[in-house]
Design a protein around this ligand. Sequence first.
Ligand code: CA
Ligand code: CA
Ligand code: CA
Ligand code: CA
Length: 377
Amino acid sequence: MTTKNLKISRLFFLGLTLTASVMATAGCMGKNGFLGQDKKSGKAEAISATSPLASSAATVAHNKQILIGACGAGANSSVRVQRSDASEGINIGEAFVGFQGGVNVGSVDYNADGIPDILVGAAPSAQPHIRVFDGRDGVGEMASYFGFDQPYKGGVNVAGCVLDGKPAIVAGAATEPHVMVFKIIDGKPEEHLSFYAFKNTDGSPVSGIGARVTCGDFNGDGKNDIIVGSGPGKNLNGTVKVFDSANGDLIAEFTPTTDPWYNGLFLAAGNIDGVVGDEIVIGVGAGGTPAVKVIKFHAGSPNPDTINSFLAFDEAFKGGVSVGTTDFDNDGKDDIIVSAGAGGMSAVKIFPSIANAIEKSYTGFENYNGATCVSGI
Ligand SMILES: [Ca+2]
Ligand SMILES: [Ca+2]
Ligand SMILES: [Ca+2]
Ligand SMILES: [Ca+2]
């Protein structure tokens, strides 16, 4: 559908215990049919064909984890958690059973119990379905939404956030520059912001370009900001914009590279250098050299600095680099998670803080060569 027709929407709250009939009524149909979960239980399947780990019954919090999703078109929607201590992590299985369009992942402590929960967004070719799974065990669905009006079938990018002390979800339309922010109030989403991240000079939204999203305090004022990077679909040369989470005002805008990142970029935020304020971590989209950059804000300067830059994978790899952050080694500085796009055999790596040495290396999904995406959790 076109931008012109993409209505500013309310989030459709589907309830805490989604049933198959509700899913069907809600029209949750993709190109391959029903996208929902196990029709009998109403829960996600525990094990998927591409996931090597069995479902975990663990109920304790494990910090410093990596959330991994199968992201590529043609992939199923497997999602699992990799723990730093190599113990068995949560395995959601297919977040949207039968869906072959891939997903993207994020996390937020949705129910404010101190345990980060799992956000999964359906990739392009699907309705913009967001599911939230309990981070304690992964099998309890906490919520299920459509991030944008259901006629829109471009998919949705998701990120967790905390705004005014409340959990929040940032949703970016995957094929349009529409961004919506929802605060979670008493377990239900309330629309907080709705705006277009990329506009033409006449104020109309740029057509055919998606919004990749993350959340962090880029300008170090103690309040999280909404950070949007251009997705694939049009040459914006990898533009990043930072918006005030209170009102959607633009705080900063930059283009992190002079390279032609025509296929968009991936982004995450975290306190990489340990100094007040979150840095933005950028990973090149599919088609480009697999570069990662760490961007730092300086008060009073319109131009942020690149404080680190490295190749996440062999230079010849052009599948794209999904990025995330988590303080994996518990030194007070967030570390950088990367995962390979299509053709990278689901490689996942950790780069500690701003050093370029690989600390850990994993396989996201065994025997899977499609795109893999990551988030800290
Ligand atoms: Ca929680
Ligand atoms: Ca801020
Ligand atoms: Ca910092
Ligand atoms: Ca660290």
